[in-house]
Design a protein around this ligand. Sequence first.
Ligand SMILES: Nc1nc2c(ncn2[C@@H]2O[C@H](COP(=O)(O)OP(=O)(O)O)[C@@H](O)[C@H]2O)c(=O)[nH]1
Ligand SMILES: [Mg+2]
Length: 652
Amino acid sequence: MSGQTNGGGTHRPRSVAVVGPYGSGKSTVFEALMAAAGAPIRRSDPRSRRMGTEVRLGHCHFLGDSWSILDCPGSVEFAFEQSAALGAVDVAIVVCEPQPAKAILVGPLLRQLDARKIPHLIFVNKIETLEGRVQDTLEALQGFSQVPLALRQVPIRENGHVTGYVDVVSERAYRYRKGQPSEVISLPAEVKAREQEVRGVLLEKLADHNDVLLEKLIEDVAPTSAEIYGQLRADLASDAVVEVLLGAAETDNGIQRLWKTLRHDAPQPEETAARLGIGAGAEPVLQVFKSVYAGHTGKLSFARLLRGTVKDGQSLGGQRLGGIYRYPGAEPVKVAQAEAGDVVALGRLDGIATGTTIGAAALPFPVPAAPVYALAIATGDRNDDVKLSGALQRAMEEDLSLSVSQDANLGQTVLHGQGEMHLSAAVERLGKGAGVKVTTLPPKVAYRETIRKAVHQNGRLKRQTGGHGQFADVKIDIAPRARGEGFLFVDKIVGGVVPRNFIPAVGEAAEEATRKGPLGNPVVDVSVTLVDGSFHAVDSSDMAFKTATGMAMREGLALAEPILLEPVDRVVVVVPSDFTPRAQRLLTGRRGQILGFAEAPDAPGWDEMEALVPQAELHDFIIELRSQTMGLGTYRRRFDHLAESRAASGRG
Ligand SMILES: Nc1nc2c(ncn2[C@@H]2O[C@H](COP(=O)(O)OP(=O)(O)O)[C@@H](O)[C@H]2O)c(=O)[nH]1
Ligand SMILES: [Mg+2]
């Protein structure tokens, strides 16, 4: 530990992420924190607040300390943006709403914070909407946190509304004032008992990691404030206790308390560096957690500096740094240098990918979740195709949770990501940044076809044009093979009725003919056996045998009872167990065959359900799954097998 404690503005620059479910008030908290620190930030109109799709960085000073604040998107579709940002901070503020039923929405985030050992506290926002007891909120939240939660404040109510709080460490009471710091009031008699109770619980939790405190509690000796504050700080840093604060960001209530807690309790950057395994040294160490192509400034790499100092123009990771930017307001401001603890945007670090660590062994970086939604994209104008491929490349550099696949067979380019909003934001950026207008469509499913019946087919080419003609004659058996066995060509020619040298051409043509069968799809799992044929000493050629074979294949496949095969995926759906029956219904409603379900191994209270589901049913599966599971359900998939489709022919 740094030995530095609270005191006059002498802390190192620190960094905090504001995280939590969509709509809990993160952006409002961000703006309230910035405004309380005197940053020239415009408070956005609550009605015009848009869903965040990207991390927003702000810089400010609070009581002389420098802070970087990262307002993270809360939507599960932009979860990677949030996970990446969490690696760049000393502490996270988890913003949530007071309704106990909404606590579940914070579950995945708390699990991630605990797993990554990222120090965090909880800010229960919109506290004026609390109707029940704050204890119920706390208990509901505790159900989703491995680490014990400790309430730091007790609400004061007047006429049933929360109008202030008692801080159970300082034992001071405050009344909220709109848009201003709360005023100190005398502790109302009716909350005294409750305050004592909550304080007792807090002290007990702190005593779990502090023998001096424990002894004092046992002997009924009042601990000093310094002891309590010191242990709170230590427990936050080691993710041993999570403080729970209350407030209403929209009216700035609880924001000063939040600031002071951050100032006092947030770990110093060198503690964070130590947590990440970075030793002392002079060489700068930084990690890029976000990359943006920002028009005139070119590429900007958002990075956390964990050690050392970085100066504009210096060489970093083999590149010459072209600009260091901070965000005191909405617009970036160029600065000459950044120091350990800062989060800044770095210009022109071309070739340095998101997630890269410079100056030390690679720090851990989150892996994006597998895609759950896809859209085929196309340019209106073929001339834009080259621009599109460049734009897609940049889009994937900017957003690691976005991927692109090409399917030559279906003639489509497919964008893969986390949902409708995620992909529409990506498409919008393609339009804005690269000037490429693209249209989107549900991706086509890669149907296949095969045959049910074996046929014997003759193919004969005999043409006389001018000089020498063309002649070839083949007799082939086309037969179905077992599913998954693929294509097979067999040569059964005896006595040279088709000369050796033409036989490879027959095999190639037979295989080529399977690229598009009578139903319009690639043909799989058939064997073609060349059993007989004839040739002409002058007029036969590879070309002629290919043509004859192609004719035989076309006619033969059509007569062999072609059937459509549809791809079926093995799907694993992951939902909180309360939603398991719903997810089951959803799967069976989509022709899913449920194979079984079990408790999720790494998420207590969640179930994993395995099923076989036709790909054609999965396009918008995530949308319905989320709408049925408070946005919490997710799934992963991989191709399993091809199955005979009930649809008689053709693709839909
Ligand atoms: N009642 C109430 N509403 C709030 C408070 N803070 C934010 N909101 C509202 O909650 C909604 C979501 O806020 P926003 O900050 O955009 O949430 P985010 O998605 O977490 O960034 C907006 O309509 C805000 O006006 C609060 O303290 N009380
Ligand atoms: Mg927001």
